[in-house]
Every structure is written in C-alpha cells, then in structure tokens.
Design a protein around this ligand. Structure first.
Ligand code: SF4
Ligand code: SF4
Length: 277
C-alpha cells in the first residue's frame, strides 16, 4: 500500500517533531539544543526498546516517548504512536494523550489538501535537510510557503515541470513569494489575480512590486473606512471564504467585524483588484 506523504513525515528521510511535546512555547525550536536533544532521543529509543514502558508524565520540554523510529537515528517520532504499536495508542502513558492526538499545525492541514505530486514538488525542495532543520520554522522555508494556501501552491506546482527545483530557484521564478507582507494577508488577492489573468502573471518581473504597492494602498484605503469592529463576529466565524477572512485579520489587523462590513470589504477589494491588475 502506498503511504500518503504528510508534512510531519514527508519522505522517510526526516520528520518534523516541532510540536512535541505539546507544552512548549510557540517560539521554541529544538535546533537550538540539537546535540543535547539528539543524545536524548537516542537514549529514549534504546531505553524504550529495552524496557516495558510504564506511566510517566512529561517534564519540561522533553518527552521520554520521543525517540528515533528508524535504525539510523535520523527520523524522530512518537514511540507510543498507534502506527508503531499494532494500532494501540499508548500515549495515555504520558498524561497528554488527547493533547498529543489533537496537536497539528495550520501548515500540516494546508499541506494535506495538496495532491501527492504537488506535495512531492515542495518536499523535494527540502532534500538534504536533517530533521532538526526541517522542523525549524526559522530555517525551513516550506512553513512560510505553505501560508500562501492551497490555491496559490497548487497553481505554482502545476505550472512547474516535473524536474526538482530548490527554494532559491522557486523564489527566483516567483519573486512575489518573497514579499514582506504576511502571505496569509495576500493569498486571497493573488488567488483572484491568478483566476483573472492566469498563472503566468505570477512569474512576471514586477508582479512582486505591484503586489507590494497594492497591499499597502488597499490597507491604507480600508483603514479609512468606518468599519463596525466592536459588535461584529470573530473574523473566522464570518460566512466568507477563508483567504478573504485572513486578509481581514492579517492584512487589516481586524479580529471582529460585522457581516455587512465584511461584505463591503470584499466588494471594495474585488473592485480594486479588477481595476489594478
Ligand atoms: S507522547 Fe508522543 S506525541 Fe505526545 S509528546 Fe510524547 S512523543 Fe510527542
Ligand atoms: S509542527 Fe506541524 S508539521 Fe511539525 S510535527 Fe507538528 S503538526 Fe507535524
């Protein structure tokens, strides 16, 4: 049976273990303590193989059940995961079973929406990274890239030929990906532009500068509008498509908005996109 690639276990050569254990602060990165954690994972793996695991809570930022799931000590993973224990979930042994089971990042879910060949297109850019680098949001550009969302990522993957390219080559081909704006704020706009003008616009020199200018202008224009932010709904509950809601949250910095005003934002944004691009 063919296994599906996930962002956590992409290719059998490495894994992401950034969210283990699920009790560390968001900015924490394992790579800062690479040597120490590597030794700890080796020790956990050997101890786990040589003894019968018993109930022990997690302490600090390390978990005794995190070890290496391959013989070469390269791929970190949860030794209590049902996948490694004949379908039995043993994570109750650390007292965090539900939290461990639920833990998944936003990027994981976006990656899961892609087709296998599209996933492969992006994962090949991480060839040569070890698990510590791959797990680092600071050092692995894939995490930021995934914030462009399914539509933009799919358009790029389908536009490429099948030969592998590096992150550097990708950013050279599609300079807009290096914008200083948050990709979550821009993805609605880029998706609309692709739908109006076709995917080739993403490769045009100058599209990055146009996008940057458009973003600054639209944010300024909409900030001048009197929007009802106090009595509205939380942005993620509004009945609009997700990337538009992310423009409202991360482009305009608005957490709550009335449905009517969200609709006004959408209409104005649409009009500006159609006239500018
Ligand atoms: S029990 Fe497994 S999933 Fe939970 S923190 Fe430990 S290694 Fe991670
Ligand atoms: S941070 Fe995301 S990709 Fe990494 S292990 Fe957790 S869910 Fe998987």
């Amino acid at each position: 049976m063919k296994t599906r690639s996930t962002l956590c276990y992409p290719d059998g050569e490495k894994s992401c273990f950034a969210c283990c254990p699920p009790i560390r602060p968001p900015e924490y990165e394992h790579i800062r303590f690479k040597n120490f954690i590597h030794r700890e994972l080796v020790r956990n793996t050997i101890e786990f193989k040589n003894s019968c695991p018993s109930k022990r809570p997690i302490t600090g930022y390390s978990c005794w059940a995190m070890g290496y799931i391959d013989d070469r000590f390269r791929v970190p993973g949860c030794l209590l995961h049902p996948y490694l224990n004949q379908g039995k979930d043993l994570r109750y042994l650390v007292d965090y079973q539900d939290k461990c089971r639920r833990e998944s990042c936003r990027e994981y879910h976006i990656f899961a929406l892609l087709r296998e060949d599209e996933k492969k297109f992006y994962i090949r850019m991480t060839d040569g990274m070890d698990s510590f680098t791959y797990s680092s949001r600071r050092l692995n550009p894939l995490f930021r890239l995934l914030n462009w969302g399914e539509t933009v990522l799919r358009a790029i993957a389908r536009n490429g030929n099948s030969s592998p390219i590096s992150f550097e080559e990708l950013f050279e081909l599609y300079p807009f990906l290096t914008t200083s704006h948050n990709p979550r704020a821009c993805s609605y706009i880029v998706s609309e532009v692709i739908s109006n003008r076709g995917v080739s616009i993403m490769m045009i020199r100058g599209f990055k500068e146009e996008l940057d200018y458009f973003m600054s202008q639209i944010i300024e224009d909409l900030r001048g509008y009197e929007l009802n932010k106090s009595n509205g709904e939380y942005y993620y509950k509004l009945p609009f498509q997700k990337d538009l809601l992310e423009f409202i949250r991360f482009g305009l910095g608005i957490k709550k908005l009335s449905k009517e005003d969200a609709h006004r934002v959408k209409t104005l944004l649409q009009r500006k996109i159609n006239s500018y691009f």
